[in-house]
Every structure is written in structure tokens, then in C-alpha cells.
Design a protein around this ligand. Structure first.
Ligand code: NAD
Length: 245
């Protein structure tokens, strides 16, 4: 892996869903992508098909919950932007979650994102330049039944975003979060493609789930170098879900 410059974006969970789409959009914008995930085959496929291949896009196979692995694999990485996108969810009443379930969700969505941020922030501080985008969720603002553990981790990620925006502003590192509503991907397909999905649509003012491409403009804008005064913002793209009762 070559050391890099101020044009690289590291995206966790890049092998599918929102992460692979962010990779495509940002590669098209002219950024060099470093995809992070657990499956080499899936990552290789996504990264090898990205536009602007002359930028030397690359990938790192790692589990974001493994702090030692993260520190080791990211120690020589110099990046302009990080998207903490990898995440997992389950559907259980909170009091019926096992500790194993809860540990897994917290370790991925919260601790995993912190592991990656902690590994890249020292170099961003030295460079006095960086952008971190945390992928939170509308559920981090307004939970629903059966996704309480997930919602709690996303609420925590929103507070991490705000705290780090304050702590890192002096180093010219901007930290923002996106709080998406519902987009059908592997994380929720089982839930959204059935009757529960139809009921959920009725709670959304726009009465539909988002198309994955409806996040494209925002991710481009957050990483655009001209967008230099936005930090500590939690931006909702949720069809109005979090706007009111
Ligand atoms: P997805 O299941 O398609 O993708 C999640 C990715 O994260 C996968 O590539 C998975 O392998 C990776 N991942 C999970 N655990 C990992 C680990 N320990 N180490 C490395 N990679 C790991 O889901 P998605 O919908 O693309 O979700 C992406 C992010 O967007 C998640 O944080 C999710 O919570 C958030 N989000 C999704 C929606 C939605 O409706 N799809 C809504 C709000 C927020």
C-alpha cells in the first residue's frame, strides 16, 4: 500500500450497499478510494470496477472491531477523508437482546468507527487537514421498536461526531454525520421488503424509501474541498422521517 496524499478517501464497509455506492460517486469526483471490508473477493470486485482507475484505487481487508488489526493496517496510511460507513443491525426488543448481540452491534457501529478514526486522526492532525463523515441514521434521532440497540449506537455516533468536531476543529479537521432514512440494502432487505416495510412507508412524509443515489450529492458536497466551514453537522436525508411526529 502506497503512502498517500490529500486526495485519498478511506471508506469502511465499501464492498456493498451505501459504501460501494459512495466509492463509485467519489471515484467519479476524482478521489482515490481505499475501500475497507472483510471480504477480499467483494472488495476486489468493487474497487477494480471504479471509475478513474488511473488513480490507483486500493483496498484493505480488515475487521473494524479488531483494534490491533486496524492500528497495524492503517499505520502508514495518509488520507484526506474518512467515511465511517460499516455498520450492522438486528431486529429484537431491547430487553430480549443477548449481551452477545449488544456487544456485536456496539463493537461494530460505535467502537469500530472509533477504532478507524483513532488510527487516522494523528496523521490528519500532523497534516492539519482532514474530513471525517460518520454514517449515523434517522433512528439515531428517533428510534422505533425492535431496533433499540442499533438506534442507541447511532445516537452515540451522532454525539461522537459533535464531540470530535469540537476537539479537532483547531487542526482543520471537519467532522460531520449523515443520518439517512431507509434505503433497501442487505442490512434491512428482510425487514423492508415485506408488510412491515409498507407500514413503515406510511410513517415517512415522502411515502417511500430512498433510492441509494439520493445520497450522492451530499457525500460529494461533504468531501468537496470548497466545503470548508461545515463541521459538527448532522445532516438528515430521510424523506422527512425525523422532521416531526
Ligand atoms: P450493508 O449491510 O449493505 O453494508 C454494510 C457494510 O459494512 C458491509 O459491507 C459489511 O461487510 C460491512 N461491515 C459490517 N461489519 C464490519 C466489520 N466488523 N468490519 C468491516 N466491515 C464491516 O448496509 P448499508 O445499508 O450499506 O449500511 C451502511 C451504513 O449505513 C451502516 O452504518 C448503516 O447503519 C447505515 N444506514 C443504512 C440505512 C439503510 O436504510 N440502508 C439507513 C441509515 C443508516
Amino acid at each position: 500500500m502506497k503512502n498517500i496524499d490529500f486526495n485519498s478517501i478511506l471508506i469502511t464497509g465499501a464492498s456493498k450497499g451505501l459504501g460501494s455506492n459512495f466509492a463509485k460517486v467519489l471515484a467519479k469526483d476524482g478521489f482515490r478510494i481505499i475501500g475497507v471490508g472483510r471480504s477480499e473477493d467483494d472488495l476486489n470486485k468493487v474497487i477494480s470496477e471504479l471509475p478513474n482507475s488511473q488513480l490507483d484505487h486500493d483496498y484493505l481487508v480488515l475487521d473494524i472491531t479488531d483494534e490491533n488489526q486496524v492500528q497495524e493496517k492503517l499505520k502508514n496510511i495518509e488520507i484526506y477523508g474518512l467515511i465511517n460507513n460499516a455498520g450492522i443491525a438486528n431486529t429484537k426488543l431491547l430487553h430480549e437482546e443477548t449481551y452477545e448481540d449488544i456487544n456485536q452491534i456496539v463493537n461494530t457501529n460505535l467502537i469500530g468507527s472509533l477504532n478507524i478514526s483513532r488510527a487516522v486522526i494523528p496523521t490528519m492532525i500532523q497534516n492539519k487537514c482532514g474530513r471525517i463523515i460518520n454514517i449515523a441514521s434517522a433512528l439515531g434521532h428517533r428510534p422505533l421498536s425492535y431496533v433499540g440497540a442499533y438506534a442507541a449506537t447511532k445516537a452515540a455516533l451522532i454525539q461522537v461526531t459533535k464531540s470530535q468536531s469540537i476537539e479537532l476543529a483547531r487542526y482543520n479537521i471537519c467532522v460531520n454525520a449523515i443520518a439517512p432514512g431507509y434505503i433497501i440494502t442487505d442490512i434491512n432487505r428482510h425487514q423492508l421488503e415485506g408488510e412491515a416495510g409498507e407500514m413503515l412507508k406510511k410513517k415517512i412524509p415522502l411515502r417511500r424509501f430512498a433510492d441509494i443515489n439520493e445520497l450522492d450529492l451530499l457525500i460529494s458536497m461533504l468531501l468537496n474541498k470548497k466545503n470548508s466551514y461545515m463541521t459538527g453537522s448532522i445532516i438528515s436525508i430521510d424523506g422527512g422521517l425525523s422532521a416531526g411526529l
